[in-house]
Design a protein around this ligand. Structure first.
Ligand code: KIV
Ligand code: NA
Length: 266
């Protein structure tokens, strides 16, 4: 299987749904790769991997290290790396410097950045210089302080119109895909109909052109997650059981057993 390309993802609009998950490590990327069209090295790694309170403290160094690991672990999916807070908003030039570093150090196919109309000139600047960009609109976690929380967006007419305008601006600027997060379902459907690039939903609608979830959320690694997360496993309780069994055997001197020890020959 050859690695998929950005134009192949664009061509999926209105056709086969795009399957996307986040990945932060090489081994997880390897396991997800054959099931996915795209892997996202999300700045959600701030909370998921580093135990940070939000995505705001995530650095370009973190994104580059994990992005490179995910590219090394995969050979089929289009890998997209999130631009962290503070590394792209000041100017298109700042964004280009940061994104070029991500592209050079990771081998990813493109970057994702949060924001709508205000970031459109930046999206155009990157896209025109050879960096494919995924936009991210609706509930944008880097704006948590301005939004006042992680609640669903688009409930008022004003917010609905603003998010449609954000989608249009991102698409017109040349974003090759747009993630729409945490919006009321009719708005997600409207955004999907509004733009000619694939719209990938999270907390959005099955009628989007694709879906993305945070891998640790869908595997059941956390007690509390957003309403829009579906748990496909309960890994936290399985890890708890495995660690508990190990601890018990160590304390009882039942591990290591004969199969896990080296004995002298003869
Ligand atoms: O950081 C992330 O994981 C994301 C997805 C939830 C879209 O941006
Ligand atoms: Na993100």
């Amino acid at each position: 299987m050859k690695r998929m390309t950005v134009p192949q993802i664009q061509a999926r609009k209105g056709k086969e749904p795009i399957v996307m998950l986040t990945a932060y490590t090489a081994r997880m990327a390897q396991l997800l790769d054959r099931h996915c069209d795209m892997l996202l090295v999300g700045d959600s790694l701030g909370q998921v991997i580093y135990g940070l309170p939000s995505t705001l403290p995530v650095t370009l160094d973190m994104m580059c290290a994990h992005g490179a690991a995910v590219v090394r672990g995969s050979y089929h999916s289009v890998v997209i790396v999130d631009m962290p807070f503070g590394t792209y908003e000041a100017s298109p030039e700042q964004a280009f410097r940061s994104a070029a570093r991500v592209m050079a150090e990771t081998g990813a196919a493109g970057v994702k950045l949060e924001g709508g109309e205000a970031m459109a000139p930046t999206v155009a600047f990157l896209q025109e210089r050879g960096i494919p960009v995924v936009g991210h609109i609706g509930l944008t976690p880097q704006a948590v302080n301005a939004l006042g929380g992680y609640g669903a967006r688009g409930r008022s007419n004003a917010e609905h119109s603003k998010i449609i305008a954000d989608a249009r601006a991102m698409a017109d600027a040349g974003a090759f895909s747009i993630v729409v997060e945490g919006v009321v379902e009719p708005l997600a459907v409207a955004v999907t109909a509004e733009v000619s690039c694939p719209v990938i939903g999270i907390g959005a609608s099955a009628r989007c052109d694709g879906q993305v979830l945070v891998i640790d959320d869908m595997l059941g690694m956390f007690e509390r997650t957003a309403r829009f997360v579906k748990r496909y496993d309960d890994l936290a309780s399985r890890i708890d059981a495995a660690a508990g069994a190990y601890a018990e055997e160590v304390r009882a001197r039942a591990f290591p057993g004969i199969d896990q020890t080296y004995q002298p020959k003869g």
